[in-house]
Structure formats: C-alpha cells, structure tokens
Design a protein around this ligand. Sequence first.
Ligand code: AMP
Ligand code: ZN
Length: 466
Amino acid sequence: MPIQFYNTYSRKLEVFKPIDPPNVKIYTCGPTVYSFAHIGNFRAYVFEDLLQRHLEARGFQVERVMNLTDVDDKTICGSREAGILLPLFTEPYKKSFFEDLESLRIKRANHFPAATEPENIATMIEMIALLLQEDIGYQAEDGSIYFRISKYPDYGKLAHLNLADLRPTGRIQNDEYEKENVGDFALWKAWDEKDGSVGWETPWGKGRPGWHIECSAMATRLLGPEIDIHCGGVDNIFPHHEAEIAQSESVNRKKFVRYWLHNAHLFVEGQKMSKSLGNFFTLRDLLEKGFSGRELRYALLRVNYRLPLNFTFDGLREARQSLLRIDEWIRRLQAIAGTAAQDSEFAAAKSDRFFTALDDDLNISAALAELFNQIRETNRLIDHGELAAGQAAALLDWWQRINQVLQLQEDTESVPQLVTALLEKRAKAREDSKWAQSDALRIEIESLGWLIKDTKDGQKLLKKLG
Ligand code: AMP
Ligand code: ZN
C-alpha cells in the first residue's frame, strides 16, 4: 500500500507524492513563547514527530521547520506585565520548550526560526511591500496593513468556508472598523503605546508583523515557495493557515503546500485544553507528579492524530502499564537472545504490518495493536520454552526498527546510580536469604522515589507517583 494522508484541503485521503522525492519539506507551526507550552500543544508536536520519523523509516529525507512565535499580542502583554524587554521575557520559555521536546523524545527540527530574528522580519517586510504594490495589501486609517481577501479568490478553500460567511452580519466590532471587509486580516500592525519598545521601521511606518505573515515568511525563506507538508492543530486551519496560503501564493505565485495535516485536540472533560480556559497541564506539572516524558509521549501518541483525545490521569497510568509490558518483553527477549545472531529466516518472516499501518494516515492504533500482538505471541512462546535465541535476537532487531519511530525504549540512564547500586545490593541480599537487609534496602530505595516489584524475572523498578 502506498503512503497516504488525509489532506484537510481536499478532505480526502491522498497518496503521498512529494515534490522532489526522496526529499520532503515539512513546516510545522510552533509555540507562542509567552508561557510554558501545555500538553495539548505537545499532542501536536508528538504527532508531527511520528510523521517525520515514519517518513524517515520509509526512506525519505525530511527537512523540517518549526517556528517560534516570539512577537504577538500575548508575548508583548506578558513582557509589559513582567516589566522586562520582550526578548528577555520570551527567552526562558524558548529554553524550556527545547527541554520539553527532549523529555518527550521529539526530534529537533532542522530550523527553529524565531519571528523577531532580523532576517525573518526582513522577509516579512519584503512580502508585505510586494502585496501593497499589487494592491492586495492596503493601509487602513490606523496605519495597519491588511490583506484584501477579495483579491484572493481561493480564500476559504482550506477551511471549506464560503466567503459570504465572512461578511459582517451585524455591528462591526470597534477594532475592525477600519477594514474594508471583516474577513481581511492584518499583515502589519501599526505601533501603538501598548507596544512600548517593540516595533520595526518600514516604509509604511513603525509597527510589528501579524501572526500569519510570520509563518509565510519563515516557510518561504527556509523551505522555498513550495512545501510538501504543513501541519498544525485543527484550531490553526482558520484563519491562520488559510491566511498563510493567501499570502504565500499571492507573493510567490506557486502552490504553497501539497498536503495539509491537522491534529485533533487534546481535551479535558470535553473541552479543548487551552491556556485561556485554564484547564491545562504542562509537562512540568506531570513530571512533578512522578510521571515521565516517555509516559506522556506514549499517552499522546497512542491515539490516531485525527481523533480527539481526552486527557486523564488514568490514561497516563494506562500508558505506564503498557510501557511496563514492553519493557518486560524486551528484558525477556534480551535474556533469551544473549549474544546469539538473528535467525534470518524468522526475521524475514516478520510482518511489515507495523509500518504498513502507519502508511495508512499514521494509523498508530493499528501499528500498536501489531506490536502488542507480537508481545502476546512471543510471551506465550517464552512461557512454553519455545522461543529460540536466534528468534529472540530477530525480535529485538524488529523492535529496534520500530522503536526508531516510536522512541519508547526504557531509558535505563534515568535510574540514578545510587538506586541501581542499592538494587544490586538487594539482589545479593535476597540470593543470600538476608530478608531483613532486603527489606531495609527496599525502604531506602523507596525513600529515593522508586518502588520495587519482585517478579520471577528479578526486581523491577517503578518510579513512584507524586
Ligand atoms: P499555539 O502556541 O497556541 O500557537 O499552539 C501551538 C500548536 O499546538 C498549534 O499547532 C495548535 O494548533 C496546537 N494546539 C493548541 N492547543 C491544542 C490542544 N488542546 N490539543 C492539540 N493541539 C493543540
Ligand atoms: Zn503558523
């Protein structure tokens, strides 16, 4: 089966044909750095990571851009309230965003352009100048520049909106009175007092970019006028991505994006997780409660990206249980495989179903079902003493290949050395039937935040929940 994706633009599953195979250019809308990203945002980034890693597993060379929105109403307002300059205000959130990506094992994009970087502002200004020259952009009384959507006949096609729906139905809001059409969006916002020291000089006056032009400019500058895949959450479809298409295509006169992929939201009790509703958790919140980045990665990854996902702590605990099953399976395979070479016949017979499931619009639930079938089947063989060392080695190799995409392998490094040393001491005490010492060591290990489970395969460590 060829790789296919659901394209928001056509509302259809389409066979994936990049412009210049094996190269694939992907643009992903990144965070607005006015506070810590919440785990709903990370659902988007984990889905994009799965997309990239699967394409790479299929032999594509991915070049990906993720922008950082470091100038907009929210960042300016935050810096004003904090009483510090905008770059100082956004810097720690940029830094913590990268830390969170690492905890969630998300592959870093090739480029992380920030909107305020001089070369990006310069590209935005060039694009706006061209739009003004072509009469697609216009300056309103307040000095701001707007995009005239009546000049872009395809406006509304991504969101499947009728332009008539964008006409004002009643009173036009105060802040929109200067626009010709209520659907026209800002390319450039004229400076006002609230912007303080934030602003750039242009031929049409001092101001700052609108959010949409930031992405059009950074995509064009770093990836060129035509890109293969553009991603974001469904809330980005309109107006953000619609506006990106209108701007980029009006300037570059080329089809901006071949495939538009949008992830459904992470919900909390039926409502979208968002800063404005206050119903959000950050990764930091979950780490403090004793969960790991790996566990959150699994919890966000395991539901197909186009299905809404309800966040619960029970869901996180289930993720933990599933990971423990994987970990235990790997340990059993390692014990049997030892240093044996793979049984190549057995390896060749291993199905490719994990990857073919992902070919089908990243059907991760079918891919994981394949993994867990495999785990069940091999555990049964192991229980009956029927799995040969070469077969276990072949399975470990299969796991390595799928883990390139999943990135879920247990991170042994994360267990502190002291805990490992105490654990070894306890194993020895148990061998020597020194039960009192074994119990004392258990208490000591627990005080360091780790629980021990004694199983027939030895001691298993579990991070304590906060
Ligand atoms: P923002 O920082 O709000 O621009 O969002 C960054 C990315 O996260 C965008 O792709 C959004 O569409 C996405 N996003 C925001 N909230 C959620 C959510 N609750 N679930 C999934 N994705 C989200
Ligand atoms: Zn964007």
